[in-house]
Design a protein around this ligand. Sequence first.
Ligand SMILES: [Zn+2]
Length: 432
Amino acid sequence: MIASSEIIEIRNNDQVKIGIGVSYKSILQQTTLRLLESNLCPDGPKYPLELTIADGLDGSGCHKIYNQFYGNPQFNTKNFILFAFKMLSIIDSDGNTFWSNQIPNSPFCVRPMALVAQKENKKNTKFLMDLMINPEVTNIEKDGLELPYGNVRVEILRTMFDGKMFGILSGAGGASCQLCTASFAELTDLELVRSGFPINRTITSAKEIFSIVDTKNYLLLPSKDRCGLTHEPISEIDIIPASPLHTYTCVFRWFMLLIYHIRSGTFKWWPTSRVIKESMKFTREFLCEKTGLRIDQPSSDGGTTSTGNMARQCFLNKNNLIYWVSTLISEDMREPINTLHSNLSVLLRIFNCDHAVDTDKLNSLCKDTYESILSNFPWANVTPSLHRLLAHSTELVRDCNGGFGLKNFSEEAVEACNKLIRRYREHLARKI
Ligand SMILES: [Zn+2]
């Protein structure tokens, strides 16, 4: 994990060892120091420095356990939770960027902080957050780091998590949208689409809503009245549920579901019906034969082949995918589908890039695409990920990331670590 004598064993309430970890402040201090020293002039920039990092958690399952230590039943699990952070930038007191991370989505720039052999659920996540993370985060943000060369102020962006972990951390597991308090029906309201959906969901507001009624009666309220909250937030600091990688994959799955519906002539959103499943089977076999892309098929690690890389290839129209898709659908649907594919492709690439973005043009493309979906496919559901892309991209880019694409907010780095953890666990490596 880290060459440090400060690695601690994490034990659950019954004092059974369930994982290992290091102090947040200590690993952050050590990483910053190494980074400054590796730039050969640790005392060169003007102090105090401003350090920005992104942190987050992710759970992974389907690990191979035949090489595990069976004496401890807590390790006889196929699941792991990883808490990690990545360094994003260091700015000196004159406002000059001293260092910035050029590969924020690489698993090799992730600093693991805690690794726990437990399932990703509310109880285990709360235990880990209360034990190791919440007590230190406030102090780190308030006091910063004290290095031999000077002080460093720290800004923590909590961005590296997926939709499931968002529900656990924010307590809003029943929400239609992770960023605003719109209800499911309001996601397809044309007037609201035109006027915009402001981001109004924060940890502070969730705690205020939660404190109004007592915990026992809370779940008796309709979901709308409690803004989709199902439990008190676990995170102490605000979280930014941009999830660029999952937005890519989820929007791609929605787009393919739309194709399956249109091909089968089913103009009612019914993704689990037999007709749609048959249409999916035919479409994926046809597209696999024509383009070589194995879309929506089971993968060897227990997931599906519709990963981030597959979504990127399909939205880049690899092997002329959209031409072959258009041969499967009726003529009147070809133009709307071609335009939708092209717009989503542009929007997803902007969402996942690290370039400066013209937010006025982005806003207008988002609204045009949202409205065209409601008018051309009024029977289709607008999923939370699609809504996040079309309704909240502009505000996320402009107000949360200084007008740049959201590549540095991506959860891809921590997701990519899961593959490494699986490999190390299977081959009994001791370091990550
Ligand atoms: Zn929203």
